[in-house]
Structure formats: C-alpha cells, structure tokens
Design a protein around this ligand. Structure first.
Ligand SMILES: *Cc1c(COP(=O)(O)O)cnc(C)c1O
Length: 357
C-alpha cells in the first residue's frame, strides 16, 4: 500500500461507496429509474435523460494523454475546486487534522478546509524574496495532524513559480508525513514544466490541473487531480458518482482535440506577448509603484492609490481584482491579461488618471 494512504481518514479507507447503476451500454437501461424518452429538444449525444457514466474512460484517457500520465493517475471533477474539496474530505478528520497553506494564495484551500472542519496552518510566502516558498517554515510547522500541504505554482495572486527543487525536497522530507498538492492551474502560461512527470518518483505528490484557464473552458467545469493510482482510487470512493454532467464530458472531448489544442497554444502565445506589453505599460504609470513578475495570465500590481486605479478602469467598463484584504498585499490589485483591445483600454484609462493627478 502507498504509505501516504495511512494519512487518509480511517473511516474513508473502510467506507462502502455508493453503488451506482452498472454501466453496461450494450443493455437497455431499466435499472436507474430514468425516463425512457429524451426531453424535447435534447440534442446531446448521450441523452440527458440518462445519468452520465462515472469517470468516463474516454474523457479520462483524453486527460491522461494531455497531461502525460496514465489513466489510473487521473481523477476528473467539476473543476479543480472539487478535487481540492475531496482531498480535504478524504485526508482531514474534522476537529483533529489540518492543512498547511502559503498565503497570499488561492482562497479555496482554506475554505475547503474550514468547510470540512479542518485546521489551517499558514506559512506565508516570503515577500522579500519575491513570494518564495518558505521551505524551512513548512518543515517547522509540520506536526502529525498536518495531512496536506497546498502549494500553488504559479501562485495566485502573486504570479510567481515556486522553486521546483524546494517542492521536491518537501516531497522527500514529508514522504510518509503529508500529501504535497501542487496546484498548477496556470502552468501552461509559465516558463517551466509542471510536476506531473514526477508523480512516479514521489508517492505523496498530487498535481491539480484545470481546463478553466489555458483551455478557455471555465464554464464547462472540468479539472483534474493527478496522483498515485491508490490515491485516485480512494478519492473515487468519495467524489459524487455523477460528478461530471454529460454536457461537460461532451464539450471537453469536442474542445480538447488537436485543433482546439493548437488554438489554445496560439492564444497562449498572444497572451504572453500581451502580458509583456501590459507590464511595460503599467510600469510607465505614476499610479503603479510595482509590477510583480508573472508566470501566469495575470499581473499583481502595487498601486500608489489603488482606489484611483479601480475607478479609472471601471470608467472604461473594466474590472480588476482587489487584493488589499490580504495582509501582505497593501495597495495591490490583480489584473488578468485581456485581449489586445482590452489591455490598451486599461492602460489608456490608467495613464489618463495618472496624468490628472
Ligand atoms: C482558477 C484556479 C483554479 C481553477 O479552478 P477550477 O475549479 O478548475 O475552475 C484552481 N486553482 C487556482 C490557483 C486557480 O486560480
């Protein structure tokens, strides 16, 4: 047994999962209390009168191929948000176990932990070192009730990649002690490869990937957890059996084929050039004190007057994300890279507001 499974909740390890209606497409379904007719106008492939196939093999195979892993290393869910949720539920006993997070970072890790009743131990990224991982801090914070360490690389909202060597060392040092989850929602925009190829080497590593960002499918709700097959089997027991709607499965299969992937790669190239232009434009503004380097499709900026920047972009019908509630990010906003036209409009509005000062 993968020793990291010993970290899972004992009641989940022995849980008798819901036994869904058998998937036997060669037989006509009188075993799931579905209507035998489609709803009028239902032009889906599968028929929405039918429950979807749980973890459909064709979809899992496609995702495995996209991410360069084996099918038994893939769990698909409604966005990586659902994967974060099932991870916390499988590994953390309410009122007893905890996760480590490294703020400022993506908010869902903390929310998922709190919903489960798990504790949250914060080991902040080192702002003075460009929001680098505090490897020693994580090791010092670890105790036997810590089950998961959530790392986000590139990190949202700071945009930087975390040091890959430090992450690997954490995998080794915390081998039987914690699951190391690396959230790579933005890795397609980054200048470094992801961690999926290292799954073979580290049994306590799990990688989150999503179709929501680089593949332009946020509305489809599809994300994956890549991990050791035994971790995947465990999580399959607790993810809802019909997690993925038929329409999502059909859309993902249709929109991640070779043409779609070429198009995504083209859009990423344009976006990266735009990111560079946006950095240059923002650095010229007197309202912007600092633009943090980004390996993602957004920029973290520190403003001299964030309210003025927010008002300026709003006046040209744009909205950016306020990060000032994060203790280490005073005056900071997160700006997603848009189309060339949107970026020009944003820069023009900020330049005009700066000139009026
Ligand atoms: C956007 C984002 C996700 C993606 O969530 P989905 O549920 O897959 O849409 C995951 N992690 C981070 C850090 C994100 O910013």
């Amino acid at each position: 047994m993968n020793s990291v499974l010993k970290l899972a909740r004992p009641d989940i390890l022995t849980l008798q999962p819901y036994s869904h209606a058998a998937w036997l497409p060669e037989l006509e379904r009188l075993h799931a209390n579905e209507m035998p007719w489609r709803a009028g106008g239902d032009d889906s492939e599968a028929g929405l009168n039918r429950y979807p196939e749980p973890q459909p093999p064709e979809l899992i195979e496609r995702l495995a191929q996209m991410y360069g892993v084996d099918a038994d290393q893939v769990l698909a869910g409604r966005g990586s948000d659902e994967a974060i949720d099932v991870l916390v539920r499988a590994f953390c006993r309410a009122g007893q176990d905890s996760v480590i997070i490294c703020p400022p970072t993506f908010g869902m890790y903390k929310v998922a932990a709190k919903i489960q009743g798990a504790g949250v131990v914060e080991v902040p990224l080192l702002k003075a070192k460009g929001f680098a991982l505090d490897e020693a801090g994580i090791l010092a914070a670890w105790h036997p009730a810590i089950k998961i360490v959530f790392l986000c690389s590139p990190n949202n909202p700071t945009g930087n990649l975390l040091d890959a060597a430090a992450i690997e060392r954490l995998c080794v040092t915390l081998r039987d002690k914690a699951l190391i989850v690396v959230d790579e929602a933005y890795i397609e925009f980054a200048s470094a490869p992801g961690f999926a190829p290292l799954l073979e080497k580290h049994s306590n590593l799990a990688v989150l990937r999503t179709l929501s960002k680089a593949y332009a499918l946020a509305g489809a709700r599809c994300g994956v957890l890549l991990a050791h097959p035994e971790i995947i089997s465990l999580l399959q027991r607790i993810i809802p059996p019909y997690a993925l709607p038929s329409l999502t499965v059909e859309a993902v299969l249709r929109l991640t084929g070779p043409t779609a992937r070429t198009e995504a790669a083209d859009h990423i190239r344009v976006l990266l050039a735009e990111r560079q232009g946006l950095v240059a434009g923002l650095e010229r503004s007197t309202l912007i004190r600092r633009v943090w380097p980004s390996d993602a499709n957004y920029l973290l900026v520190e403003c001299t007057d964030a309210d003025q920047v927010i008002a300026a972009v709003k006046s040209v019908k744009l909205i950016v994300r306020d990060q000032r509630a994060q203790p280490t990010l005073p005056g900071c906003l997160r700006i997603s890279v848009g189309t060339p036209e949107q970026n020009q409009r944003l820069l023009a509005a900020i330049a005009a507001a700066g000139a009026r000062q």
